[in-house]
Write a protein that binds this ligand. Structure first.
Ligand SMILES: *[C@@H]1O[C@H](CO)[C@@H](O)[C@H](O)[C@H]1NC(C)=O
Ligand SMILES: *[C@@H]1O[C@H](CO)[C@@H](O)[C@H](O)[C@H]1NC(C)=O
Ligand SMILES: *[C@@H]1O[C@H](CO)[C@@H](O)[C@H](O)[C@H]1NC(C)=O
Ligand SMILES: *[C@@H]1O[C@H](CO)[C@@H](O)[C@H](O)[C@H]1NC(C)=O
Ligand SMILES: *[C@@H]1O[C@H](CO)[C@@H](O)[C@H](O)[C@H]1NC(C)=O
Ligand SMILES: *[C@@H]1O[C@H](CO)[C@@H](O)[C@H](O)[C@H]1NC(C)=O
Length: 394
């Protein structure tokens, strides 16, 4: 290959020649990273969401009917106790994703009806009155992710299927502490909802907190959720200030987000990353272009393992990485594990996949400790919580 050709191929990776991966793309075999330090514990139920408290030695895990409190002072976590979630907020699919308010005082966990709020200070000591409130709206009973605005005054809950025809939504709640700061409980006012596509799942705030990103797995015209390999979802770009007052008017743009996009996360450089589960790829978008030139916002597409769901940014001593939880949740018997990707290399159009870390079955969601040294992953189908030592990543 001559130098000119190599140069123009390299340039293509940078100047917007990025194309969407095929929905039927198969995840290839990946190199196994046997030198990554991991430890795991079995959980009393299938773990789903995870979040650290403001202290790196305490974390929370969704355990179907309870919120487990983990001691994470050493790599191998210990389950200290479980905070029961009142049955009136639960269905058999249990507690799902968990978020922490920016002030670290409450965790908000999605359950089918909306979300439950737990007081962190009380939960870490195992107090029986740690339950602090609930968020119940009118846009559905299939909540998945909770995003809390930067000022801790609003919570946004994704409702995967909405109220009819599978059209999902984002519900917006204003949060109040009824008897003032420190009372230990939270009440809420339901502001309203923004209806998007089918299977509305992942949400994330932009680095400046002014834009919300949300994924919808399938187009409104697709009726077979998850069963149709050609289905294409969207990344919705939403104005946070409008969402706080008039949710139904807050949508700025819908941008194509490949095949079954399920989670979204924002990189330290503000770029926006989506797991396109059906095509086994990560897609990256430029944050400024998502606002001004959405049709040109796609800046990278990276192969990972089978059916990626969760994604998280880490900084190891070897550089900036993104991890994907390659769930293989539809048992295609190809790859399961955690892909390790050099996301800065991907943005330069360079090879970026570094291999995979072995996991249990159906790795689903991640959390990272405030000190950045430990990542937890929930292996849903093998009822394990696994910890990864970030410094041992390649
Ligand atoms: C969660 O608990 C309910 C009972 O409360 C049970 O029916 C269901 O199978 C459990 N789900 C999982 C995933 O363990
Ligand atoms: C959620 O389920 C409860 C209990 O079945 C029902 O009363 C309520 O109307 C449902 N809410 C929505 C928005 O569908
Ligand atoms: C918080 O809410 C719980 C359950 O509704 C209630 O039992 C408790 O008294 C409340 N605590 C305060 C300080 O308001
Ligand atoms: C994606 O957005 C386009 C344009 O707004 C819309 O026609 C399509 O139905 C949307 N698909 C999803 C998955 O929401
Ligand atoms: C996917 O679903 C759409 C709408 O339901 C349908 O038109 C299309 O033929 C389906 N494609 C495949 C490959 O099944
Ligand atoms: C979980 O830990 C056990 C030892 O406690 C180990 O044998 C097993 O390989 C670990 N599983 C994973 C997926 O790392």
């Amino acid at each position: 290959m001559d130098t000119l050709l190599i140069a123009s191929i390299a340039l293509m990776g940078v100047v917007g020649a990025v194309s969407y991966p095929d929905c039927q793309a198969v995840a290839p075999h990946q190199k196994t990273l046997n030198d990554v330090r991991t430890a795991n514990i079995s959980a009393p139920a299938s773990p789903f969401g995870l979040i650290f408290s403001k202290q790196s030695d305490r974390a929370f895990v969704a355990l179907n009917t309870t919120l487990g409190v983990l001691d994470t002072s050493s790599l191998k976590p210990k389950l200290m106790h479980q905070i029961p979630v009142p049955a009136e907020y639960l269905d058999p699919s249990g507690v799902k994703a968990i978020s922490l308010t920016h002030d670290g005082r409450y965790v908000i966990a999605s359950t089918y009806i909306g979300a439950v709020i737990v007081n962190v200070e009380k939960a870490v000591v195992g107090s029986s009155d740690a339950f602090a409130g609930a968020l119940v709206g009118t846009a559905g009973n299939s909540s998945m992710q909770v995003t809390i605005t930067a000022d801790d005054k609003y919570a946004i809950v994704s409702q995967e299927y909405g109220i009819s025809d599978g059209i999902g939504a984002l519900e917006v709640f204003k949060l109040h502490e009824p008897t003032g700061y420190g009372s230990g409980n939270v009440t809420s006012t339901y502001v309203g909802a923004l209806f998007l596509g089918r299977a509305v799942l992942g949400t994330a705030l932009s680095s400046d907190g002014r834009t919300l990103y949300a994924t919808s797995e399938l187009a409104v015209t697709d009726t077979q959720i998850g069963a149709n390999g050609s289905a294409r979802g969207n990344l919705s770009v939403i104005d946070v200030e409008t969402l706080k007052t008039d949710p139904s008017k807050a949508l700025l743009h819908n941008v194509p987000a490949g095949c079954d996009p399920v989670r979204v996360s924002v990189a330290p450089d503000s770029s926006v990353w989506v797991t396109a589960r059906q095509s086994n790829h990560l897609l990256a978008y430029d944050a400024k272009k998502l606002l001004s030139q959405p049709e040109k916002a796609l800046i990278a597409s990276v192969q990972v393992g089978t059916a990626p769901v969760g994604l998280i940014f880490v900084s190891s001593k070897h550089g900036s990485r993104i991890l994907t939880a390659d769930s293989n949740r539809f048992d295609q018997l190809t790859t399961t594990g955690i892909s390790v990707v050099d996301w800065r290399a991907a943005l330069r159009g360079k090879p970026a996949g570094l291999g995979k870390i072995p996991t249990g079955l159906f790795p689903r969601e991640f959390a990272i400790s405030p000190d950045g040294r430990t990542v937890l992953v929930a292996d849903f189908d093998s009822s394990q919580v696994q910890a990864i030592d970030v410094d041992s990543l390649p």
